[in-house]
Design a protein around this ligand. Structure first.
Ligand code: GCU
Length: 683
């Protein structure tokens, strides 16, 4: 039986008896040329398992074609070489062609991975009771569709903690080593493959150098072996200082010959253990991490050091993070602004990176806030591939204790038009590589699953993981349609379940924004601590630069060019002028760009402070309805998952009140302006 949680959206729960009986699928599965570790072989096995679960049919699996009714899976080449005639196809990257007819299903991948993705697509239809005959091609929007795990190696005695992970210890590491039993790792790769994700960085960006010792390098080889059958390639985060701390050299200067040779040697060894090594992720000169700037070299020098070390060994890439900033800036300087950092650091480096370097940019200029404008850096790198960094783990957004369905946030970012050179420049077309003609581009999401059987610590949070893969494949997909697919696969096709989860989920991000930080003021959480719960007083008066500049009369960051930090000028002219002026800045980003009195009127007609009060009440009121809404599915969902979800929603409802009152009281005390409705300060 499908396990509650571990199988997530791949439960392959049996369809109702009458549907099963009338359903017809071909008589056998043919996985063309699939050797045991290949994704095509995996596809055949997975399809067998799925059809067994969904339809209670036990189809034989072979690896050579036979005449008669069959489901054939293979690469386009394998189809051709076994005499199958396919129509003219226009497949790219990991794309696939799927043709479903009553007695013949054909799944042809541009490569083996594509064949596996097409198989999962077919299985997803079957699992949702969809037996329509269709024929279509599907290509991914971008070549890079990765997961980042922030798993720590930890030193002996601890159990693979995860930075900003909320679902228990690491599935990869324990006590400074790679775990022996990698069952969960391959299950994770299976989930990734089912939504088209093709790469993973397994360790924290704040990387522990011990990952590169010889025992662990061999362990990395085992991880890669566990994920390879699912078409998932493995890479790692590197610590820039490794030549010093691990290699005992006197420097980590990227232009030093000894350092270069040290990294060359590491790359050769890594490649020895992991022949299809995906690449390295590098966080340098950020949050007090070491980096090339430490040695008066440029960030490009740092990135190219790794690019050259891995270059001889295949098509591995360097993902160099744009999250470079100084966390000790001074708030008394009206012009200081952490949001400026990425463009300031990277603008002049465009064209200076080797061609296997990609810059990985967080979606907003600060840090995974509930609302941020798009990072302006996406408009500046025309000669460098870029990857957008999203976050599935809800670091600032309730840490999986709150339901927040994130695709509406992501789509707001992806659909934003940067208007570079006055031309349409949607972020999704920049990160697909299309806008600036980049071969390497795409998506990375910090996911941080853990050993909890629900993966993320919350069943409902898994819709974000699922949707991430779906959007990286096709960012124009509809967020409700994705959610409905996920719900049917996870909880079944009952209309009440689908409607309940859809309504709550679609209400969840706006509600969360309302009760945690609206008008672009950011997530008013404990930013110097765990990033959890309300703590508006932690935003200001420190060097982290997530400032609100709230005082008795006014609030907001002046990021204008004419009077503020100049950040708005980092956007292309049309966008810059929209944000430069209060009149044309949308209300939901007002306080991001402007410092205004609490009595400033919004486009809605309300004052800023009254909007605060009302929005916190409105958002919390929505969260209050979640436990009630969920009750509608009692008896329709298994008791275990029903109760676990109910528990979290109940908690969220309570915590939303804590948020509401903490924030409203804080600004009431600060501004001394009464709530028109007499609620604030009266409890
Ligand atoms: C955030 C997060 C850190 C993380 C950092 C990063 O600041 O809180 O834990 O290390 O982002 O993305 O590098």
């Amino acid at each position: 039986a499908a396990e509650n949680g571990i199988d997530a959206w791949l439960r392959y729960a049996a369809l109702p008896c009458d549907v099963r009986k009338s359903a017809s699928v071909p008589a056998r599965i043919v996985a063309l040329n699939g050797t045991q570790t290949s994704p095509v072989y995996t596809a055949g096995q997975e399809l067998h398992k799925g059809i067994q679960g969904i339809l209670h049919k036990d189809l034989p699996v072979t690896n050579t074609s036979v005449n008669g009714s069959s489901i054939t899976i293979g690469t386009v080449n394998a189809f051709a070489s076994t005499g199958h005639v396919l129509p003219e196809l226009d497949l790219t990257g990991d794309g696939f062609w799927l043709s479903i007819k009553n007695d013949s299903v054909q799944i042809a991948g541009q490569n083996e991975r594509g064949a596996l993705y097409g198989t999962f697509q077919y299985l997803s239809m079957l699992a949702q009771g969809n037996f329509t005959e269709v024929t279509y091609e599907s290509n991914p929007s971008a070549p890079i569709r990765w997961v980042n795990q922030w798993d720590n190696m930890d030193d002996t005695g601890t159990h693979g903690s995860i930075e900003r992970g909320y679902a228990g210890p690491s599935i990869f590491f324990a006590e400074g080593l790679i775990v022996e039993d990698l069952t969960r790792v391959s299950q994770y790769a299976r989930l990734m493959a089912s939504i088209g994700l093709n790469g993973i960085i397994v360790n924290n960006v704040n990387a522990n150098v011990n990952l590169l010792n010889s025992t662990n390098m061999a362990g990395l080889g085992r991880i890669a072996d566990a994920m390879r059958p699912w078409g998932v390639r493995m890479g790692i985060s590197l610590n820039f200082d490794s030549p010093r701390t691990l290699g005992k050299l006197t420097t980590a200067d990227p232009l030093d010959q000894g350092v270069i040779e040290w990294w060359d040697d590491i790359a050769t060894k890594l490649h020895g253990h992991v022949p299809d090594f995906a690449g390295v992720l590098v966080k340098a000169n950020s949050e007090s991490q070491p980096g090339p700037l430490t040695y008066n070299r440029t960030l490009a020098d740092g990135a190219n050091l790794f690019a050259r070390a891995i270059k001889p060994h295949g098509d591995a890439i360097v993902m160099f993070r744009a999250f470079v900033y100084d966390n000790t800036i001074n708030e008394t300087n009206w012009k200081a602004d952490r949001a400026n950092a990425a463009v300031d650091f990277f603008r002049d480096l465009d064209g200076k990176f080797d061609d296997n370097v990609i810059v990985q940019i967080k979606y907003g200029p600060i840090d995974f806030q509930v609302r941020e404008p798009v990072s302006p850096l996406f408009a500046h790198l025309e000669q460098t591939g870029t990857v957008i960094e999203l976050q599935v783990t809800q670091e600032y957004l309730g840490q999986q204790c709150h339901l927040v369905y994130l695709p509406p946030l992501w789509k707001t970012i992806l659909n934003f038009d940067m208007k570079v050179d006055g031309q349409p420049s949607l972020v999704r077309d920049i990160v697909s590589g299309e806008r600036f003609n980049q071969k390497l581009a795409g998506y990375a999401a910090v996911v941080n699953v853990g050993t909890d059987k629900s993966w993320l610590g919350s069943h409902l949070a898994m819709s974000n993981f699922y949707a991430y893969g779906r959007l990286a494949w096709n960012p124009t997909s509809d967020d409700v349609a994705i959610l409905e697919d996920w719900t049917r696969l996870t909880f079944g096709s009952d209309r009440t379940i689908i409607d309940t989860i859809t309504k709550m989920s679609m209400e969840s991000w706006p509600a969360h924004e309302n009760y945690t930080g609206n008008l672009g003021i950011q997530s008013l959480t404990d930013i110097t601590g765990p990033h959890y719960g309300p703590k508006p007083q932690s935003q200001d008066g420190n060097g982290w630069g997530q400032w609100t500049r709230a005082d008795a009369k006014s609030i907001g960051m002046d990021r204008t060019v004419w009077n503020g930090t100049g950040y708005s000028g980092q956007y292309p002219p049309e966008v810059a002028s929209m944000f430069e002026n209060i009149e044309s800045t949308p209300d939901d980003l007002l306080l991001w760009f402007h410092h205004v009195p609490y009595t400033q009127q919004l486009k809605s007609g309300k004052t800023v402070i009254q909007h605060f009060y009302d929005a916190h009440y409105d958002g919390a009121a929505v969260a209050q309805t979640f436990p009630e809404q969920w009750k509608a599915v009692k008896g329709l969902v298994d008791a275990e998952r029903y109760d676990e979800v109910a528990f979290r929603l109940e908690y969220q409802a309570g915590h939303a009140l804590v948020w509401r009152d903490a924030i409203n009281d804080f600004y009431f005390n600060m501004s001394s302006i009464k709530d028109e409705q007499g609620r604030v300060g009266n409890h």
